[in-house]
Structures are given as structure tokens and as C-alpha cells.
Design a binder for this molecule. Structure first.
Ligand SMILES: [Fe+2]
Ligand SMILES: [Fe+2]
Length: 246
């Protein structure tokens, strides 16, 4: 396993697997949910497969993974999907309908189970709701999962924080850190990282209304606390930061 890869149990049965990549000054996080049908949210890139595989192996037998989910079709979200599908014979990807139609079913060695907005599925002790969130954080196919028993929202690139930060924070400063990321990406080769569309506010308010207690970003610390407040502050911050004339 990469010496940079760390495993932290954020809440019972929810593990954050995090690898800091200094060249881009950010962490790449995958999340393992231990249940009768174990779920991995984000696979990470192909190059991370052996590190993530070893990290999962510290907690469960990696070949037992049943569900592989992610927000949108990008390498850090699902780059090593086929390596995981080969490793875990009963694993299936599960993502948005657009994701499966436009990318995943062409790319993956087995078809995905696509989900409609609001659709629920059970993994044993835990129940997940799929939320279709096109262009939030970005990409047409974007969707997010919330686990309803422990109120854990997997938020992909939302709340992206730079640096090799702590596994967990309980302070709403996470919104300020996310703003710093967006400000840093405002110009230059990484400009236009996240869009602000006429649906952004409504989508973030809809996620806030789910009242998550844990937020799990792909890049940066996990947040434990008042997720509703953080998402509403994020909506306000994104409007002020991104919704402005050129
Ligand atoms: Fe992304
Ligand atoms: Fe990402």
C-alpha cells in the first residue's frame, strides 16, 4: 500500500481511504461502507488501484464488494472500475441513468445498475437514496448518494479542500476551505472547474433538506456536524463566488 494511503473510520462502518498526492496538493478519497453488501463510493484512478485495494483489505475481503458507486464519469471517480469488477465477481456499478447510458455501460466490463432520482436501495443494515444532481458538483451525469440511517452524504467534488488535511473536521470552516479551492481554480488551466447553473441553488437546498450529519468529500476532510447548515452556506458561497459576470 502507498505509504500515503490512510484509512479512518468516520462513523460506524463508514471508512475513508485517503491518499495524498503532493504533485497536485490534494487528497483523493474513496469510501467503504461495511454491510452485508459492501459498497465502495469512488474507486480512484487506475494508478491508485493497488493502494485502494490494500486499504479495503485492511477492513474486509476486497472480493466481497457488491456495489461500486460514484458521482460522475471521471478517472478519480471510477477510473479503476474495471479492475474492481474483475476483482469482485458480484460487484456492479450503480450510478445515474445518464451515467450508465452515456459512459459506464460502454466502458465497463459489466453493465451498471442505473438509478432514478429518489430511488432507494438497501445493502443490509443501511439504506441509500440516490439523488440525481446534474452539474452538481459538475458533469451532466452527476448524482450523489445519501445513507439514510446514519445520514451520511457522499458529496464527491462538493467541499473540495486542497492540502493534506485532517481526516475529520467538525467546523464549518470547511466552506471557507472550499471557497479557497474555487478561488484558486478561478483562472488559468483549471478554470471552470465547477459550473453555477440555474439549478445549482435548488439542488443544494434539496440536499440540505435531507439534513445530513456527515459529509464525505472526495478531496479533503470529512465533516461531522450540521450538514444542512454547511450545504446552505455552500449554496450562498457558490453563488457569490461563481455566479458573476465575466
Ligand atoms: Fe469531478
Ligand atoms: Fe474529484
Amino acid at each position: 500500500m502507498s505509504t500515503n494511503t490512510k484509512v479512518t473510520e468516520i462513523v460506524k462502518d463508514f471508512y475513508r481511504i485517503s491518499t495524498f498526492i503532493p504533485e497536485v496538493n490534494m487528497q483523493f478519497n474513496q469510501f467503504l461502507v461495511v454491510d452485508d453488501e459492501p459498497l465502495l463510493f469512488h474507486t480512484g484512478m487506475n494508478a491508485l488501484f493497488s493502494a485502494v485495494h490494500s486499504a479495503v483489505g485492511l477492513v474486509i475481503n476486497p472480493s466481497k464488494i457488491r456495489w461500486i458507486s460514484f458521482s460522475h464519469f471521471e478517472a478519480d471517480e471510477c477510473g479503476s472500475l474495471n479492475q474492481w469488477l474483475a476483482e469482485a465477481p458480484s460487484a456492479q456499478a450503480t450510478c445515474s441513468l445518464i451515467g450508465s447510458l452515456v459512459s459506464v455501460n460502454d466502458f465497463a466490463i459489466r453493465p451498471a445498475v442505473s438509478r432514478e432520482d429518489g430511488e432507494r436501495f438497501n445493502t443490509g443494515n443501511y439504506q441509500f437514496q440516490f439523488c440525481a444532481t446534474p452539474q452538481v458538483p459538475h458533469a451532466w451525469d452527476a448524482g450523489l448518494l445519501i445513507e439514510e440511517t446514519q445520514k451520511v452524504l457522499f458529496c464527491s467534488d462538493l467541499l473540495h479542500q486542497m492540502g493534506n488535511v485532517e481526516p475529520i473536521i467538525e467546523d464549518t470552516v470547511i466552506v471557507e476551505r472550499f471557497k479557497q479551492t474555487l478561488d484558486g481554480y478561478d483562472k488559468g488551466p483549471f478554470a471552470h472547474y465547477l459550473p453555477y447553473t440555474r439549478h445549482t441553488q435548488n439542488t443544494l437546498e434539496r440536499l440540505a433538506a435531507l439534513e445530513p450529519k456527515v459529509l464525505l468529500p472526495m478531496h479533503g476532510s470529512a465533516y461531522i456536524g450540521d450538514g444542512r447548515r454547511v450545504l446552505l452556506e455552500t449554496a450562498e458561497m457558490m453563488k457569490a463566488t461563481l455566479d458573476k459576470p465575466l
